[in-house]
Design a protein around this ligand. Structure first.
Ligand code: SR1
Ligand code: MG
Length: 417
């Protein structure tokens, strides 16, 4: 093993990792390995390594932001946070993430299960494909990982140790704090947007209420350490087959508000909905598919709520809202009131994060393929302007919107404007 970090290449990988026992066991002698670099994300190298015996994925951090280049250094230790989040996600929602086979901290690499039948959900949503049980799986994943990583479930000491461990993911949090909550609302150096949006952008940047809402949400993200977040849960962090989904890429993992992951994920579904006219074969061709997207969003939230409720009633073993406090109320009456109040707070946060995510994906550095790949400028600008307006409404009216049906109705109405 090489002690000092070196980025892998398809050529050097077999020789560099050929001695790792778990790889030899799964793939046989390195002489028979085929290696492709397939990373299309913003940060890392991703290799698929195959042999006649099987396949694995090797993900390695680069010491800089791949999207920008060496001018933006980024610590290799994000791989340590990704590994630690993956094993917690696996324990908290078994089968929801790729199995981890090997972690090498010095080389900042994780070797994990190759999901040969799966594709990235974002690509699939652009192609108009449906996936059975998707909303349910994602709602369950959010409820289980977010509940079980919090003081609702964990023993206080264990949760505080994890809080300290993930608090060191400083640089990745800094990316979120700047790119999501601040940069979209001023002329930040790395921002870009479709030129036709200039008048809308000017209006949003002059919108004091919106900028204050974004900063309130930033404060919640940075200060409300409720649970271990995935931290970057968008449709590019989900892999799907016809009937199965896995969540990948938790390198942004940190302690934060429960509503963050849920809101970001819903936001990416709503943007996929609004982008459909740019991907359909003919005007209106994707109407049925758009209905499916919104139905999955409703299922996602409803499943989250139902699973959170189940866990609240059956697994509340942490220091918060202890059952002993509510024993004399009969049938857990007080605990149920507390649950509803917590869920209402999570909902409000989730709507805020959902709205802000739309802005940064259109105005900031890190765009999404759904919009970027719409070749026709006018179609792209129309869909993006709709998402910007929807995002504003969700962020500002997050205290008044009472249910997921209202969100999907708003999205439909926005898409028809
Ligand atoms: C510089 S990194 C930009 C974005 O890519 C990641 O996937 C996160 O979403 C981050 O905000
Ligand atoms: Mg990622």
């Amino acid at each position: 093993a090489i002690a000092e970090y070196q980025a892998l290449t398809p050529q050097t990988l077999p020789q560099r990792l050929g001695g790792v026992a778990v790889l030899r066991d799964r793939l046989g002698d390195a002489a028979g390995w085929q290696v492709r670099e397939v990373g299309d994300g913003n940060l890392n190298l991703v290799f698929i390594v195959q042999s006649p015996l099987g396949g694995v994925v090797v993900k390695q951090a680069l010491p800089y932001v791949r999207l920008v280049g060496e001018s933006w250094p980024l610590p290799l230790r994000r791989s340590f946070f990704e590994y630690n989040a993956l094993i917690r996600h696996q324990a908290r929602d078994p089968g929801s993430v790729p199995e981890v086979y090997h972690f090498d901290e010095a080389q900042a690499l994780v070797v994990m299960e190759y999901l040969g039948q799966h594709v990235i959900l974002r690509q699939s949503l652009m192609a108009g494909r449906r996936h059975e049980g998707l909303g349910q799986m994602l709602g369950r994943f959010c409820a289980r990982t977010l509940f079980r990583g919090s003081d609702l479930s964990m023993k206080a000491a264990a949760r505080k140790q994890d809080l300290a461990l993930f608090a060191a993911n400083i640089e990745l949090c800094d990316i979120t704090e700047s790119l999501v909550f601040t940069d979209p609302y001023f002329d930040a150096a790395l921002n870009r947007y479709t030129p036709q949006l200039a008048p809308v952008v000017a209006r949003l940047r002059a919108d004091v209420d919106l900028k204050i809402a974004a900063q309130h949400l930033k404060m919640a993200f940075a200060n409300n350490a409720e649970t271990l977040l995935h931290g970057d849960l968008h449709t590019g962090s989900v892999m799907v087959s016809d009937s199965e989904a896995r969540v990948i890429d938790p390198e942004f993992a940190t302690y934060g508000p429960i509503g963050f992951d849920v809101g970001m994920l819903i936001s990416n579904f709503l943007m996929a909905y609004l982008a459909q006219p740019g991907h359909g074969e003919a005007p209106g061709a994707r109407a049925g598919y758009q209905d499916w997207i919104l139905a999955e969003v409703e299922t996602l939230w409803q499943t989250f709520e139902a699973e959170f409720t189940h866990l609240w009633r059956t697994e509340r073993s942490g220091m918060l809202y202890p059952a002993t406090l509510f024993e004399d109320q009969g049938h857990g009456y007080g605990a149920e009131q507390a649950r509803l109040e917590r869920l209402a707070a999570i909902w409000r946060d989730a709507l805020g994060f959902c709205g802000i995510e739309m802005h940064r994906r259109i105005l900031g550095l890190a765009h999404i393929a759904e919009f970027d790949r719409i070749g026709d400028d006018a179609t792209r600008a129309r869909a993006e302007a709709q998402a910007l307006m929807l995002g504003r409404t969700l962020a500002l009216a997050r205290g008044q919107i009472t249910g997921i049906g209202q969100v999907t109705a708003l999205t439909r109405a926005t898409g028809n404007e």
